[in-house]
Design a protein around this ligand. Structure first.
Ligand code: FAD
Length: 528
């Protein structure tokens, strides 16, 4: 307690001194800068809230938190930083759903993007659908669930085409990474579905960009890990929203059939019949035999059948391919069932192990929101999350399966879902900053080890397992790329970006030359 009190006291002094430095730098009549200062808070509650994230692995206290009410405020903050002899760093924070401090600003200023949405949660005014209903303009601070709610109210129900599994993350935060999910095989990641952006660059300029205007900034900011500017508006393509979803899972006891079927289905993206969404999961044996026995999809008796399957087939992992077909009403439901029956004939899942649910479109998209409620009530949401997300080349995915699921993680204790699903490379735009594996393969897999450290010692163990997975890929020459990446050194980042590194450096020099933005990514040291 004494240590905490002393730390907190020292922090307050630091904050106070910092504010003085800022205030002293201002000419007395600079009302604009004073307005910026009035939106900075240095109190304990504000700075503590902005000092950690979903990962609960890294903690870093900012000197202040900024609560903008308009993009102009953010430009003002950045100009204020640049006017200092030693600029302070600035990190936009969507909702802090990063795992390794990416939205933190140690000793700098965190921009609480929520405050752009207005007081009292009035989100509506920053989500606007075009009159021809082909796109929506959404504030960078908006949660995807709010974008969904707003677009569903228009034109008999509209929606963006590609969704992340979880919708309580922000437009600006996901577009700074990529935004992947089960619809990406058809439409590409979320960054392939953006038409225009408003960005406040690290120079303080407010720029509108698109493939035709300030194109270098547009592509740099998409997947740009917050390095070039703060996204304050994104124009996102829309489609007509379906009303209902047939949501299915097929079980497999071997990786070869599982991946073959997934790849077959993602190849049917332009023609009927096919799925509108395809993902997949790997359940390590111990997850079935010892893991938490609750699932938002499977009933207890279905879980028993899956456990028996694992035991009978003696496979160290069971795989589920997950698909969704959209439809609207009873008439189209019959058509969807026919399609499903037809497709099932082409697949080689374990006979009798197809599981079908019928849910509304919103229930389907917001499924992880329901899991969140359950995990919160069980007290296991706010725990460390040493997540590791990888893009694995298709040509090496069975090798990866053998080395990781049946090797490194063979006896791993069950601590969270493992996602595994393929995407078509040509739906990605190589001009964006997000990095994918080398392009010898036209398909690559997203593999997400989404694990939670719930018991003492879990975090260290999971970190060791993550390191072993990366080491295995290195040794086996599997050219994986991290998604939602984290690297400890600039050399690591150079390897990560590979051929894109030169462009990343050039864009940084042009749009954030003092390296003040999103320091928590640890890519560029802040300029002295
Ligand atoms: P933050 O964590 O706050 O920020 C992320 C980075 O972007 C930081 O560097 C920050 O400084 C920067 N940033 C934030 N806002 C802006 C902005 N407006 N302009 C520029 N830079 C900005 N991702 C997927 O792709 N697919 C999934 O299915 C998926 N599922 C998830 C499920 C859960 C439960 C969680 C917790 C995360 C999931 N994610 C998924 C990851 C998610 O995309 C990232 O956490 C992402 O960072 C978004 O979170 P956020 O909006 O809170 O951003």
């Amino acid at each position: 307690a004494t240590f905490l009190a002393v730390t907190s006291f020292l922090c307050t002094i630091t904050h106070f001194q910092h504010m003085l430095v800022i205030a002293n730098a201002l000419p007395n009549d600079d009302l604009f800068a004073l307005d910026v200062l009035s939106k900075l808070r240095t109190d304990h509650d504000s700075t503590m809230e902005a000092s950690s994230d979903f990962g609960h692995i890294v903690q870093a206290i900012p000197n202040a938190v900024f609560y903008p009410t308009s993009p102009t405020d953010i430009a003002g903050l950045i100009k204020l930083s640049l006017s200092q002899p030693r600029p302070f760093t600035v990190a936009p924070r969507g909702r802090g759903h990063s795992a390794r401090g990416q939205a933190l600003a140690p000793g700098g200023v965190v921009v609480d993007m929520r405050s752009l949405a207005g007081r009292g949660g009035d989100h509506g005014h920053r989500v606007n659908v075009s009159s021809d209903e082909s796109w929506v303009d959404a504030g960078g601070e908006q949660l995807w669930i709010d974008v969904l709610r707003a677009t569903l109210e228009r034109g008999g129900g509209l929606a963006p085409r590609v969704w992340t599994d979880y919708l309580r993350i922000t437009v600006g935060g996901t577009l700074s990474n990529g935004g992947i999910g089960g619809q990406a095989f058809r439409h590409g990641p979320q960054i392939s579905n953006v038409l225009e952006l408003d960005v406040v660059a690290g120079t303080g300029e407010m720029l509108t960009c698109s493939p035709d205007k300030n194109a270098d900034l547009f592509f740099a900011a998409l997947g740009g890990l917050g390095q070039f500017g703060v996204i304050t508006r994104a124009r996102i393509a829309l489609e007509r929203a379906p009303k209902r979803v047939r949501w299915v899972r097929f079980a497999y006891s071997d990786a070869r059939s599982f991946t073959r079927d997934q790849e077959l289905l993602i190849s049917r993206r332009d023609s009927e019949p096919g799925f509108d969404y395809i993902e997949g999961q790997v359940q390590l044996n111990r997850t079935l035999t010892e893991g938490r026995r609750s699932s938002s999809f499977f009933s207890a008796s279905e879980l028993d059948r899956l456990t028996n399957l694992a035991v009978e087939t003696r496979s160290s992992a069971i795989y589920f391919m997950e698909g969704a077909m959209y439809y609207d009403d009873d008439d189209t439901a019959a058509f969807v069932d026919q399609r499903l029956a037809m497709i099932s004939e082409d697949l080689s899942f374990v006979p009798g192990h197809a599981f079908v649910r019928d849910v509304s479109y919103v229930e389907f998209l917001d499924r992880v929101g329901r899991d969140e409620q359950k995990l919160r009530s069980a007290g296991v949401w706010d725990v460390p999350h040493p997540w590791l997300n990888l893009f694995v080349p298709r040509s090496r995915v069975l090798h990866f399966d053998a080395g990781v699921f049946k090797g490194v993680l063979k006896d791993a204790r069950p601590v969270g879902p493992i996602l595994m699903y393929p995407m078509n490379r040509d739906a990605w735009d190589d001009r964006t900053t997000t990095v994918t594996p080398p392009d010898d393969d036209d398909v690559f897999y997203a593999v997400g080890l989404l694990r939670s450290a719930v018991a003492a010692g879990d975090l260290e163990r999971l970190e060791r397992e993550n390191a072993a997975v990366l080491e295995f890929c290195d040794r086996a020459g599997i050219a994986c790329k991290q998604y939602l990446p984290h690297h400890d050194s600039q050399d690591g980042w150079k390897r990560h970006f590979g051929e894109k590194w030169g462009r990343v450096e050039a864009m940084k020099r042009k749009y954030d030359p003092r390296a003040i933005l999103s320091p928590g990514q640890g890519i560029f040291p802040a300029a002295a």
